[in-house]
Design a binder for this molecule. Sequence first.
Ligand code: ZN
Length: 489
Amino acid sequence: MTNNLFVYNTLTRKKERFEPINPPFVGLYACGPTVYGDAHLGHARQAITFDVLYRYLQHLDYRVRYVRNITDVGHLEDDSDDGEDKILKKARLESLEPMEVVQHYMNRYHQNMESLNVLPPSIEPRASGHIIEQQELIMKIMKAGYAYEVNGSVYFDVIAYNNNHPYGQLSGRKIEDLLSNTRTLDGQSEKKNGLDFALWKKAGPSHIMRWPSKWSDGYPGWHLECSAMSTKYLGMQFDIHGGGMDLLFPHHECEIAQNVAGYGQPSVRYWIHNNMITINGQKMGRSLGNFITLDQLFEGNHKILERAYGPMVIRFFILQAHYRSTLDFSNEAMQASEKGLMRLMNSIAKLKSIQPSNSSSIDVDALAKRCQKAMEDDMNTAKLLGHLLSGITQINNLAEGRETISEEGLEKLITLYHSWVFDVLGLELPSASGKANEITGKLIEIILQLRSDAKSSRNFETADRIRNELTNLGITVKDRKDGADWEIN
Ligand code: ZN
Protein backbone atom coordinates (compact mmCIF):
# COMPACT_ATOMS: atom_id res chain seq x y z
CA MET A 1 0.00 0.00 0.00
CA THR A 2 1.41 3.36 -0.93
CA ASN A 3 0.66 6.79 0.36
CA ASN A 4 2.34 10.16 0.52
CA LEU A 5 1.24 10.92 4.04
CA PHE A 6 3.76 12.74 6.19
CA VAL A 7 3.15 13.14 9.91
CA TYR A 8 4.98 15.27 12.43
CA ASN A 9 6.58 12.95 14.98
CA THR A 10 6.98 14.65 18.36
CA LEU A 11 9.76 12.23 19.25
CA THR A 12 12.03 13.11 16.30
CA ARG A 13 10.68 16.67 15.90
CA LYS A 14 10.26 16.32 12.17
CA LYS A 15 7.76 15.33 9.55
CA GLU A 16 8.23 11.70 8.58
CA ARG A 17 6.67 9.57 5.87
CA PHE A 18 3.97 7.43 7.45
CA GLU A 19 4.99 3.79 7.11
CA PRO A 20 2.95 1.37 9.20
CA ILE A 21 4.74 -1.52 10.88
CA ASN A 22 2.41 -4.14 9.46
CA PRO A 23 0.36 -2.72 6.56
CA PRO A 24 -2.55 -2.69 5.82
CA PHE A 25 -3.06 -2.72 9.60
CA VAL A 26 -2.55 0.41 11.65
CA GLY A 27 -2.55 0.56 15.45
CA LEU A 28 -3.70 3.90 16.82
CA TYR A 29 -3.86 4.74 20.52
CA ALA A 30 -5.08 8.02 21.97
CA CYS A 31 -5.39 8.86 25.63
CA GLY A 32 -9.05 9.08 26.55
CA PRO A 33 -10.88 11.08 29.18
CA THR A 34 -10.73 10.97 32.95
CA VAL A 35 -14.30 10.50 34.07
CA TYR A 36 -15.00 12.73 37.03
CA GLY A 37 -16.22 15.86 35.24
CA ASP A 38 -17.89 17.16 32.09
CA ALA A 39 -16.00 17.24 28.79
CA HIS A 40 -14.88 20.68 27.64
CA LEU A 41 -13.45 22.28 24.50
CA GLY A 42 -10.00 20.76 25.12
CA HIS A 43 -11.52 17.27 25.12
CA ALA A 44 -13.32 18.12 21.88
CA ARG A 45 -10.13 19.22 20.14
CA GLN A 46 -8.22 16.09 21.09
CA ALA A 47 -11.08 13.74 20.22
CA ILE A 48 -11.73 15.45 16.87
CA THR A 49 -8.01 15.51 15.95
CA PHE A 50 -7.68 11.75 16.38
CA ASP A 51 -11.12 11.08 14.92
CA VAL A 52 -10.01 12.80 11.69
CA LEU A 53 -6.77 10.81 11.68
CA TYR A 54 -8.77 7.59 12.24
CA ARG A 55 -11.15 8.49 9.40
CA TYR A 56 -8.35 9.60 7.09
CA LEU A 57 -6.31 6.41 7.55
CA GLN A 58 -9.43 4.41 6.70
CA HIS A 59 -9.97 6.66 3.69
CA LEU A 60 -6.45 5.62 2.60
CA ASP A 61 -7.69 2.01 2.88
CA TYR A 62 -5.78 1.08 6.02
CA ARG A 63 -7.42 -1.24 8.51
CA VAL A 64 -7.19 0.75 11.69
CA ARG A 65 -7.58 -0.52 15.23
CA TYR A 66 -8.24 2.57 17.28
CA VAL A 67 -7.90 2.21 21.05
CA ARG A 68 -9.00 5.04 23.35
CA ASN A 69 -8.94 4.40 27.09
CA ILE A 70 -11.12 5.51 29.98
CA THR A 71 -9.23 6.60 33.11
CA ASP A 72 -11.54 5.45 35.86
CA VAL A 73 -9.43 4.28 38.80
CA GLY A 74 -9.54 7.50 40.78
CA HIS A 75 -6.18 9.19 40.78
CA LEU A 76 -5.14 11.99 43.04
CA GLU A 77 -5.18 15.68 42.18
CA ASP A 78 -2.47 16.50 39.64
CA ASP A 79 -0.94 13.05 39.98
CA SER A 80 0.41 14.04 43.40
CA ASP A 81 1.17 11.58 46.15
CA ASP A 82 -1.17 13.11 48.69
CA GLY A 83 -4.70 14.42 48.63
CA GLU A 84 -8.06 13.04 47.77
CA ASP A 85 -9.07 10.73 44.95
CA LYS A 86 -10.96 12.89 42.43
CA ILE A 87 -13.72 10.36 41.77
CA LEU A 88 -14.19 9.75 45.48
CA LYS A 89 -14.45 13.49 46.12
CA LYS A 90 -17.23 13.79 43.57
CA ALA A 91 -18.94 10.66 44.91
CA ARG A 92 -18.98 12.09 48.41
CA LEU A 93 -20.27 15.47 47.23
CA GLU A 94 -23.11 13.88 45.28
CA SER A 95 -23.79 10.85 47.56
CA LEU A 96 -23.00 8.36 44.83
CA GLU A 97 -20.96 5.20 44.51
CA PRO A 98 -17.61 5.95 42.83
CA MET A 99 -18.57 3.69 39.90
CA GLU A 100 -21.82 5.65 39.53
CA VAL A 101 -19.75 8.80 39.11
CA VAL A 102 -17.60 7.02 36.52
CA GLN A 103 -20.65 5.72 34.61
CA HIS A 104 -22.41 9.08 34.72
CA TYR A 105 -19.50 11.03 33.22
CA MET A 106 -18.63 8.25 30.79
CA ASN A 107 -22.20 8.30 29.43
CA ARG A 108 -22.09 12.08 29.12
CA TYR A 109 -18.73 11.91 27.37
CA HIS A 110 -20.16 9.42 24.87
CA GLN A 111 -23.20 11.67 24.26
CA ASN A 112 -20.92 14.66 23.67
CA MET A 113 -18.76 12.68 21.27
CA GLU A 114 -21.78 11.47 19.36
CA SER A 115 -23.03 15.04 19.02
CA LEU A 116 -19.64 16.04 17.62
CA ASN A 117 -19.84 13.08 15.20
CA VAL A 118 -16.68 11.54 16.70
CA LEU A 119 -16.66 7.84 15.76
CA PRO A 120 -16.46 5.38 18.64
CA PRO A 121 -13.02 3.74 18.90
CA SER A 122 -12.54 0.05 18.04
CA ILE A 123 -11.72 -0.74 21.67
CA GLU A 124 -12.39 1.44 24.71
CA PRO A 125 -10.57 -0.25 27.59
CA ARG A 126 -11.07 0.95 31.16
CA ALA A 127 -8.16 1.19 33.58
CA SER A 128 -10.24 -0.47 36.31
CA GLY A 129 -10.67 -3.53 34.07
CA HIS A 130 -6.91 -3.95 33.56
CA ILE A 131 -5.49 -4.02 37.07
CA ILE A 132 -3.85 -7.42 36.57
CA GLU A 133 -2.10 -6.31 33.38
CA GLN A 134 -0.84 -3.21 35.18
CA GLN A 135 0.44 -5.28 38.12
CA GLU A 136 2.25 -7.59 35.70
CA LEU A 137 4.01 -4.62 34.12
CA ILE A 138 5.06 -3.36 37.57
CA MET A 139 6.62 -6.76 38.30
CA LYS A 140 8.52 -6.64 34.99
CA ILE A 141 9.83 -3.14 35.75
CA MET A 142 10.88 -4.20 39.27
CA LYS A 143 12.60 -7.28 37.90
CA ALA A 144 14.58 -5.10 35.51
CA GLY A 145 15.75 -3.03 38.48
CA TYR A 146 13.91 0.20 37.65
CA ALA A 147 11.36 0.30 40.46
CA TYR A 148 11.37 -0.03 44.24
CA GLU A 149 8.81 -0.68 46.95
CA VAL A 150 8.34 1.49 50.02
CA ASN A 151 5.58 0.84 52.61
CA GLY A 152 3.33 -0.94 50.12
CA SER A 153 3.77 1.60 47.31
CA VAL A 154 5.97 1.07 44.25
CA TYR A 155 7.85 3.89 42.50
CA PHE A 156 9.64 4.11 39.19
CA ASP A 157 13.35 4.88 39.72
CA VAL A 158 14.03 7.60 37.13
CA ILE A 159 17.74 8.00 38.02
CA ALA A 160 18.45 4.27 37.72
CA TYR A 161 16.58 4.22 34.42
CA ASN A 162 18.39 7.26 33.09
CA ASN A 163 21.75 5.61 33.76
CA ASN A 164 20.97 3.15 30.97
CA HIS A 165 18.34 4.90 28.87
CA PRO A 166 17.97 8.63 28.27
CA TYR A 167 14.91 10.00 30.09
CA GLY A 168 13.23 13.08 28.63
CA GLN A 169 13.67 12.45 24.90
CA LEU A 170 10.03 12.93 23.94
CA SER A 171 9.62 16.26 25.69
CA GLY A 172 13.17 17.37 24.90
CA ARG A 173 14.01 17.79 28.57
CA LYS A 174 17.38 17.08 30.14
CA ILE A 175 17.54 15.13 33.35
CA GLU A 176 19.88 17.70 34.95
CA ASP A 177 17.36 20.48 34.31
CA LEU A 178 14.49 18.33 35.52
CA LEU A 179 16.38 17.50 38.69
CA SER A 180 17.21 21.13 39.45
CA ASN A 181 13.57 22.11 38.86
CA THR A 182 12.16 19.38 41.07
CA ARG A 183 11.21 20.20 44.61
CA THR A 184 13.68 18.69 47.05
CA LEU A 185 12.01 15.97 49.05
CA ASP A 186 11.08 17.04 52.54
CA GLY A 187 11.99 13.83 54.33
CA GLN A 188 8.30 12.88 54.50
CA SER A 189 8.33 11.48 51.00
CA GLU A 190 8.73 7.80 50.29
CA LYS A 191 10.40 8.52 46.97
CA LYS A 192 14.15 8.38 46.48
CA ASN A 193 13.93 11.30 44.11
CA GLY A 194 11.40 13.98 43.25
CA LEU A 195 11.28 12.80 39.62
CA ASP A 196 10.26 9.26 40.58
CA PHE A 197 6.61 8.50 39.91
CA ALA A 198 4.16 6.03 41.41
CA LEU A 199 3.45 2.72 39.71
CA TRP A 200 1.35 1.48 42.62
CA LYS A 201 -0.01 3.47 45.53
CA LYS A 202 -1.06 1.99 48.84
CA ALA A 203 -4.62 3.18 49.49
CA GLY A 204 -5.35 5.24 52.57
CA PRO A 205 -8.17 4.08 54.90
CA SER A 206 -10.79 6.31 53.23
CA HIS A 207 -9.81 5.38 49.69
CA ILE A 208 -12.67 3.37 48.18
CA MET A 209 -11.25 2.51 44.76
CA ARG A 210 -8.68 -0.11 45.71
CA TRP A 211 -7.51 -3.47 44.53
CA PRO A 212 -5.44 -6.19 46.23
CA SER A 213 -1.81 -6.67 45.20
CA LYS A 214 1.32 -8.29 46.55
CA TRP A 215 2.47 -4.86 47.78
CA SER A 216 -0.71 -3.51 49.37
CA ASP A 217 -4.39 -2.84 48.85
CA GLY A 218 -4.07 0.09 46.52
CA TYR A 219 -4.41 1.41 43.01
CA PRO A 220 -2.16 1.87 39.95
CA GLY A 221 -0.29 5.05 39.02
CA TRP A 222 -1.84 7.12 36.25
CA HIS A 223 0.84 6.60 33.58
CA LEU A 224 0.75 2.84 33.91
CA GLU A 225 -2.66 2.14 32.36
CA CYS A 226 -1.74 3.50 28.93
CA SER A 227 1.48 1.43 28.76
CA ALA A 228 -0.39 -1.73 29.78
CA MET A 229 -3.52 -1.29 27.67
CA SER A 230 -1.95 0.05 24.46
CA THR A 231 0.44 -2.91 24.19
CA LYS A 232 -2.24 -5.40 25.21
CA TYR A 233 -4.46 -4.44 22.29
CA LEU A 234 -1.96 -3.16 19.71
CA GLY A 235 1.13 -5.28 20.33
CA MET A 236 4.57 -4.55 21.76
CA GLN A 237 5.26 -2.32 18.76
CA PHE A 238 2.52 -0.19 17.30
CA ASP A 239 2.19 2.74 14.93
CA ILE A 240 0.68 5.84 16.50
CA HIS A 241 0.22 7.13 20.02
CA GLY A 242 -1.53 10.43 20.40
CA GLY A 243 -2.91 12.91 22.85
CA GLY A 244 -3.02 16.57 23.75
CA MET A 245 0.23 18.45 24.22
CA ASP A 246 -0.57 18.71 27.93
CA LEU A 247 -0.04 14.94 28.15
CA LEU A 248 3.44 15.00 26.62
CA PHE A 249 5.14 15.51 29.97
CA PRO A 250 5.10 13.75 32.30
CA HIS A 251 2.41 11.30 31.12
CA HIS A 252 3.84 10.17 27.77
CA GLU A 253 7.45 10.55 28.84
CA CYS A 254 6.74 8.20 31.74
CA GLU A 255 4.92 5.80 29.43
CA ILE A 256 8.03 5.47 27.26
CA ALA A 257 10.20 4.85 30.34
CA GLN A 258 7.79 2.18 31.59
CA ASN A 259 7.70 0.40 28.23
CA VAL A 260 11.48 0.42 27.82
CA ALA A 261 11.98 -0.71 31.43
CA GLY A 262 9.29 -3.40 31.39
CA TYR A 263 9.17 -4.60 27.79
CA GLY A 264 12.73 -3.76 26.75
CA GLN A 265 11.65 -1.41 23.94
CA PRO A 266 9.80 1.81 23.27
CA SER A 267 6.55 0.63 21.74
CA VAL A 268 5.48 3.62 19.66
CA ARG A 269 6.67 4.59 16.18
CA TYR A 270 4.94 7.97 15.76
CA TRP A 271 3.98 10.26 18.64
CA ILE A 272 1.37 12.81 17.61
CA HIS A 273 0.21 15.69 19.83
CA ASN A 274 -2.48 18.28 19.28
CA ASN A 275 -2.15 21.82 20.57
CA MET A 276 -4.37 23.48 23.17
CA ILE A 277 -7.38 25.80 22.98
CA THR A 278 -7.28 29.24 24.57
CA ILE A 279 -10.38 31.28 25.43
CA ASN A 280 -10.19 34.92 24.31
CA GLY A 281 -6.40 34.62 24.42
CA GLN A 282 -6.29 33.09 27.91
CA LYS A 283 -5.49 29.60 29.04
CA MET A 284 -8.60 27.68 29.98
CA GLY A 285 -8.97 26.99 33.69
CA ARG A 286 -11.64 26.58 36.31
CA SER A 287 -10.09 29.27 38.48
CA LEU A 288 -10.15 31.78 35.60
CA GLY A 289 -13.91 31.37 35.16
CA ASN A 290 -13.46 30.62 31.44
CA PHE A 291 -13.93 26.90 31.67
CA ILE A 292 -16.68 26.09 29.13
CA THR A 293 -18.09 22.58 28.98
CA LEU A 294 -19.47 21.16 25.74
CA ASP A 295 -23.00 21.07 27.13
CA GLN A 296 -22.73 24.76 28.03
CA LEU A 297 -21.58 25.51 24.47
CA PHE A 298 -24.45 23.53 22.95
CA GLU A 299 -26.93 25.36 25.21
CA GLY A 300 -25.32 28.81 25.24
CA ASN A 301 -25.27 28.59 29.00
CA HIS A 302 -22.09 30.38 30.12
CA LYS A 303 -21.39 34.05 30.77
CA ILE A 304 -18.68 34.16 28.07
CA LEU A 305 -21.10 32.90 25.40
CA GLU A 306 -23.21 35.34 23.42
CA ARG A 307 -25.36 32.39 22.38
CA ALA A 308 -25.42 28.63 21.78
CA TYR A 309 -23.18 27.00 19.17
CA GLY A 310 -24.11 23.67 17.59
CA PRO A 311 -21.70 20.70 17.69
CA MET A 312 -20.96 20.97 13.96
CA VAL A 313 -19.98 24.62 14.32
CA ILE A 314 -17.55 23.55 17.06
CA ARG A 315 -16.21 20.77 14.87
CA PHE A 316 -15.74 23.17 11.94
CA PHE A 317 -14.06 25.72 14.26
CA ILE A 318 -11.57 23.07 15.43
CA LEU A 319 -10.87 21.81 11.91
CA GLN A 320 -10.23 25.24 10.42
CA ALA A 321 -6.94 25.32 12.36
CA HIS A 322 -4.11 22.86 11.89
CA TYR A 323 -4.04 20.52 14.89
CA ARG A 324 -0.53 21.64 15.92
CA SER A 325 -1.44 25.35 15.98
CA THR A 326 -2.93 27.03 18.99
CA LEU A 327 -6.59 27.82 18.57
CA ASP A 328 -8.31 30.72 20.24
CA PHE A 329 -11.98 30.52 21.11
CA SER A 330 -14.09 33.66 20.83
CA ASN A 331 -17.70 34.40 19.96
CA GLU A 332 -16.49 36.10 16.74
CA ALA A 333 -14.47 33.02 15.74
CA MET A 334 -17.48 30.77 16.39
CA GLN A 335 -19.79 32.98 14.37
CA ALA A 336 -17.28 33.02 11.50
CA SER A 337 -17.12 29.21 11.70
CA GLU A 338 -20.90 29.02 11.58
CA LYS A 339 -20.93 31.12 8.40
CA GLY A 340 -18.16 29.00 6.84
CA LEU A 341 -19.98 25.78 7.68
CA MET A 342 -23.26 27.06 6.25
CA ARG A 343 -21.56 28.21 3.01
CA LEU A 344 -19.94 24.80 2.64
CA MET A 345 -23.14 22.86 3.33
CA ASN A 346 -25.23 25.09 1.08
CA SER A 347 -22.88 24.61 -1.84
CA ILE A 348 -22.81 20.84 -1.33
CA ALA A 349 -26.60 20.94 -1.51
CA LYS A 350 -26.36 22.98 -4.73
CA LEU A 351 -24.26 20.25 -6.40
CA LYS A 352 -27.45 18.23 -6.92
CA SER A 353 -29.03 20.93 -9.06
CA ILE A 354 -26.11 21.23 -11.51
CA GLN A 355 -26.82 20.02 -15.05
CA PRO A 356 -23.85 18.36 -16.82
CA SER A 357 -22.85 19.46 -20.32
CA ASN A 358 -20.66 18.03 -23.07
CA SER A 359 -17.60 19.98 -22.05
CA SER A 360 -15.94 21.17 -18.85
CA SER A 361 -14.65 24.65 -18.17
CA ILE A 362 -13.42 23.78 -14.70
CA ASP A 363 -10.58 21.50 -13.59
CA VAL A 364 -11.84 19.13 -10.90
CA ASP A 365 -8.61 17.12 -10.89
CA ALA A 366 -6.59 20.16 -9.90
CA LEU A 367 -8.87 20.82 -6.93
CA ALA A 368 -8.75 17.14 -5.98
CA LYS A 369 -4.96 17.22 -6.02
CA ARG A 370 -4.78 20.33 -3.84
CA CYS A 371 -7.13 18.74 -1.27
CA GLN A 372 -5.15 15.52 -1.21
CA LYS A 373 -1.85 17.38 -0.79
CA ALA A 374 -3.20 19.37 2.14
CA MET A 375 -4.10 16.23 4.07
CA GLU A 376 -0.89 14.44 3.12
CA ASP A 377 1.02 17.31 4.69
CA ASP A 378 0.53 16.33 8.33
CA MET A 379 -3.27 16.32 8.13
CA ASN A 380 -3.64 20.01 7.37
CA THR A 381 -7.40 20.30 7.73
CA ALA A 382 -7.09 24.11 7.72
CA LYS A 383 -5.69 24.08 4.18
CA LEU A 384 -8.12 21.38 3.09
CA LEU A 385 -11.09 23.46 4.24
CA GLY A 386 -9.57 26.48 2.51
CA HIS A 387 -9.48 24.59 -0.80
CA LEU A 388 -13.01 23.25 -0.32
CA LEU A 389 -14.31 26.74 0.43
CA SER A 390 -12.47 28.23 -2.54
CA GLY A 391 -14.24 25.70 -4.79
CA ILE A 392 -17.59 27.21 -3.79
CA THR A 393 -17.26 30.02 -6.34
CA GLN A 394 -17.03 27.41 -9.09
CA ILE A 395 -20.02 25.52 -7.71
CA ASN A 396 -22.02 28.74 -7.72
CA ASN A 397 -20.94 29.49 -11.28
CA LEU A 398 -21.91 25.98 -12.36
CA ALA A 399 -25.29 26.21 -10.63
CA GLU A 400 -25.97 29.51 -12.36
CA GLY A 401 -24.78 28.31 -15.78
CA ARG A 402 -21.71 30.59 -15.99
CA GLU A 403 -19.38 27.57 -16.22
CA THR A 404 -19.81 24.04 -17.59
CA ILE A 405 -18.93 20.57 -16.39
CA SER A 406 -19.09 17.11 -17.99
CA GLU A 407 -21.06 14.26 -16.43
CA GLU A 408 -17.84 12.55 -15.37
CA GLY A 409 -16.45 15.81 -13.95
CA LEU A 410 -19.63 16.44 -11.99
CA GLU A 411 -19.53 12.97 -10.51
CA LYS A 412 -15.91 13.56 -9.44
CA LEU A 413 -16.80 16.90 -7.91
CA ILE A 414 -19.68 15.41 -5.91
CA THR A 415 -17.48 12.53 -4.70
CA LEU A 416 -14.71 14.96 -3.81
CA TYR A 417 -16.93 17.10 -1.58
CA HIS A 418 -18.76 14.17 -0.04
CA SER A 419 -15.67 12.14 0.79
CA TRP A 420 -13.63 15.02 2.26
CA VAL A 421 -16.42 16.86 4.04
CA PHE A 422 -18.54 13.97 5.33
CA ASP A 423 -16.21 10.94 5.46
CA VAL A 424 -12.83 12.43 6.44
CA LEU A 425 -13.63 15.71 8.19
CA GLY A 426 -16.75 14.15 9.69
CA LEU A 427 -18.89 17.25 9.22
CA GLU A 428 -22.66 16.82 9.01
CA LEU A 429 -25.55 19.07 8.18
CA PRO A 430 -25.97 20.99 11.44
CA SER A 431 -28.81 19.69 13.55
CA ALA A 432 -31.52 22.06 14.58
CA SER A 433 -30.65 21.59 18.25
CA GLY A 434 -28.15 24.45 18.55
CA LYS A 435 -30.60 26.87 16.98
CA ALA A 436 -33.52 25.39 18.92
CA ASN A 437 -31.66 25.84 22.21
CA GLU A 438 -30.89 29.40 21.33
CA ILE A 439 -34.55 30.08 20.55
CA THR A 440 -35.66 28.36 23.77
CA GLY A 441 -33.41 30.65 25.79
CA LYS A 442 -34.84 33.73 24.10
CA LEU A 443 -38.43 32.50 24.59
CA ILE A 444 -37.83 32.02 28.31
CA GLU A 445 -36.49 35.57 28.54
CA ILE A 446 -39.63 36.88 26.78
CA ILE A 447 -41.92 34.91 29.11
CA LEU A 448 -40.06 36.18 32.18
CA GLN A 449 -40.40 39.73 30.90
CA LEU A 450 -44.18 39.23 30.60
CA ARG A 451 -44.20 37.87 34.15
CA SER A 452 -42.30 40.90 35.36
CA ASP A 453 -44.81 43.19 33.58
CA ALA A 454 -47.66 41.29 35.26
CA LYS A 455 -46.04 41.83 38.64
CA SER A 456 -45.56 45.54 37.99
CA SER A 457 -49.28 45.85 37.30
CA ARG A 458 -49.97 43.87 40.48
CA ASN A 459 -51.37 40.93 38.51
CA PHE A 460 -49.81 38.38 40.89
CA GLU A 461 -52.13 35.59 39.78
CA THR A 462 -50.67 35.63 36.25
CA ALA A 463 -47.11 36.05 37.56
CA ASP A 464 -47.48 32.98 39.80
CA ARG A 465 -49.12 30.99 37.03
CA ILE A 466 -46.18 31.68 34.69
CA ARG A 467 -43.72 30.68 37.39
CA ASN A 468 -45.61 27.44 38.15
CA GLU A 469 -45.92 26.49 34.49
CA LEU A 470 -42.18 27.04 34.02
CA THR A 471 -41.46 24.95 37.13
CA ASN A 472 -43.61 22.15 35.68
CA LEU A 473 -41.39 22.24 32.59
CA GLY A 474 -38.31 21.88 34.78
CA ILE A 475 -37.29 25.54 34.56
CA THR A 476 -36.37 27.06 37.91
CA VAL A 477 -36.95 30.80 38.25
CA LYS A 478 -35.04 32.77 40.88
CA ASP A 479 -36.13 36.38 41.44
CA ARG A 480 -33.53 39.10 41.67
CA LYS A 481 -33.98 42.78 42.47
CA ASP A 482 -33.87 43.72 38.78
CA GLY A 483 -35.45 40.72 37.08
CA ALA A 484 -35.05 36.96 37.36
CA ASP A 485 -32.49 34.21 36.75
CA TRP A 486 -33.56 30.93 35.28
CA GLU A 487 -32.10 27.48 34.98
CA ILE A 488 -33.18 24.34 33.13
CA ASN A 489 -32.92 21.35 35.47
ZN1 ZN B 1 -2.54 8.04 28.45
